[in-house]
Design a protein around this ligand. Structure first.
Ligand SMILES: *[C@@H]1O[C@H](CO)[C@@H](O)[C@H](O)[C@H]1NC(C)=O
Ligand SMILES: *[C@@H]1O[C@H](CO)[C@@H](O)[C@H](O)[C@H]1NC(C)=O
Ligand SMILES: *[C@@H]1O[C@H](CO)[C@@H](O)[C@H](O)[C@H]1NC(C)=O
Ligand SMILES: *[C@@H]1O[C@H](CO)[C@@H](O)[C@H](O)[C@H]1NC(C)=O
Ligand SMILES: *[C@@H]1O[C@H](CO)[C@@H](O)[C@H](O)[C@H]1NC(C)=O
Ligand SMILES: *[C@@H]1O[C@H](CO)[C@@H](O)[C@H](O)[C@H]1NC(C)=O
Length: 412
């Protein structure tokens, strides 16, 4: 049939500067069969994960966590954003109400075991501006989203003095469950159509210059996070980005954006470990899940991707950087109508290792490149003439090899 029925594949790969001693070992644990390829009809622009610098979020807003609005700790409970003045009519800017609800919930329950719940009630639509929700909090937080939360409509509604790289940021949180059956609406259309996006300028050109668009939900330097049940659609850029986090469980999500929306990865993780991504349906214009630098112990199970650019490790090693990714398992998943299936991409000039990767029982249908390992990931013509031709490239490769940057215990 027109699909890869089953692939069980595990390999170890070490990458280093091209043309220097690099090592690649692939072990096929079990045969795949029934291999035929069907091509996707559209020709997508080359996918890439933009690699924005990772600035710390801007100054922490609001009162110090631990203080209620009156400066005293409050008992845990349910903090409905409407109690803090949110209108939920789809037009009013409800940012201040959400911040106040956060600060109150975050400061509540000092010492107690109970969680504080922030409730976004069903039947209401809340428009909020880019916000950083900062911890640590006094108790764990349940962010219960049963209604709709949405971004302002397009770049023109974005405050000039706010970063355009992120919308909602959760920073230094230890213990939070974001859940509910509500919707997060990224209203990405106007961002995707900016003239700086691929082929969106006059006559299908791409205008040069900065082209920042916000990640919808960014979890930064946080631990013990669960995100479950929600629907999220049409992010201007990545839908979820976890970086510098530990113990992340993502399950039963539906993520949806058009096949041609630029850079709308479903879930991106980097420098994040102990991650479980289960039972989710993801269709976007870019990677379904992308696993960036410094991730280890990642288990992805029962997800359906497509359209998408598949499940990617990388790109790694940009600008000669060193990095390691280890212990990544993808099982019992489906990839359909996608540019790529399972991909590992590393830049020429980078060093480090990708190891202990297992793909087991992945069904593919209508995937142009079912498995692709690109150790010469390069988006412009000029980098094709890059470090390969440098006389000292070999020496650098040897000295910046896996041993120097990877924890040996993660490798084998
Ligand atoms: C951004 O501008 C708004 C209104 O002009 C102001 O209230 C706010 O403090 C500014 N924020 C920053 C981070 O400068
Ligand atoms: C766009 O294409 C049209 C028709 O080919 C041409 O007349 C026009 O000059 C082009 N505009 C730009 C900005 O290149
Ligand atoms: C995560 O939660 C567990 C159990 O609730 C706790 O023991 C652990 O310290 C937490 N992890 C971090 C990094 O705070
Ligand atoms: C797999 O995920 C889907 C949701 O995408 C869910 O309906 C189904 O029950 C899950 N299957 C298993 C075996 O958990
Ligand atoms: C690999 O990751 C899984 C979680 O996906 C974890 O249970 C397991 O302990 C990890 N293995 C090692 C050797 O750390
Ligand atoms: C990477 O290293 C090569 C060789 O040393 C050097 O020519 C090149 O400029 C470096 N690239 C970057 C982006 O630093």
């Amino acid at each position: 049939m027109d699909s890869w029925k089953t692939i069980i594949w595990s390999f170890l790969m070490v990458f280093a500067v091209l043309s220097s001693s690099f090592f690649l070992a692939v072990t096929t644990k079990s045969n795949h069969h029934g291999l035929t390829r069907k091509h996707t009809s559209q020709s997508h622009p080359i996918s890439h994960i933009s690699i924005p610098p990772s600035p710390a979020p801007e100054a922490a807003p609001g009162p110090k966590p631990g203080d209620g609005p009156d400066g005293h700790s409050q008992p845990t409970g349910i903090f409905d954003v409407r109690m803090f003045g949110a209108a939920g009519d789809g037009f009013t800017d409800d940012t201040d109400a959400f911040k106040l609800a956060w600060d109150t919930a975050c400061g509540a329950g000092r010492g107690g075991p109970a969680a504080s719940t922030i409730l976004v009630p069903r039947g209401y639509s809340f428009m909020i501006q880019s916000t950083i929700f900062t911890g640590p909090c006094e108790s764990s937080i349940v962010f219960q989203i049963d209604g709709t939360v949405m971004l302002p409509d397009g770049p023109e509604s974005w405050p000039l003095n706010k970063s355009k790289r992120q919308w909602l940021v959760f920073y230094r949180i230890n213990g939070m469950s974001m859940q509910g059956d509500g919707l997060i609406d990224g209203k990405g259309q106007k961002w995707w159509n900016l003239p700086c996006k691929p082929h969106k300028g006059v006559n299908g050109t791409t205008k040069p210059g900065p082209c920042d668009s916000p990640v919808a939900l960014r979890f930064f330097m946080s631990n013990n996070l669960t995100v479950q049940g929600l629907k999220i659609k049409d992010s201007p850029q990545f839908h979820f980005r976890f970086d510098g986090c530990q113990n992340v469980l993502v399950q039963s999500l539906t993520i949806k954006a058009p096949a041609l929306s630029p850079n709308t990865d479903g879930i991106h993780i980097e420098n994040t470990n102990n991650v479980e991504i289960y039972d989710s349906i993801i269709s976007t214009g870019d990677d379904c899940v992308s696993i960036g630098a410094g991730c280890y112990n990642v288990h992805i199970r029962n997800i359906t991707c497509g359209p998408s650019h598949g499940i990617s490790i990388g790109s790694l090693g940009v600008r000669n950087s060193s990095t390691c990714v280890s212990n990544i398992t993808v099982t019992d998943s489906k990839i359909m109508y996608s540019k790529n299936g399972l991909r590992i991409k590393t830049w020429q000039g980078g060093s480090g290792a990708v190891s202990k990767v297992t793909y087991d029982n992945i069904h593919m249908d209508t995937v142009r490149n079912p498995i692709i390992i690109d150790q010469y990931y390069c988006l412009t013509k000029s980098c094709r003439l890059g470090p390969m031709h440098e006389p000292d490239a070999v020496g650098r490769g040897a000295s910046a090899g896996a041993g120097g940057v990877c924890d040996e215990s993660l490798l084998l």
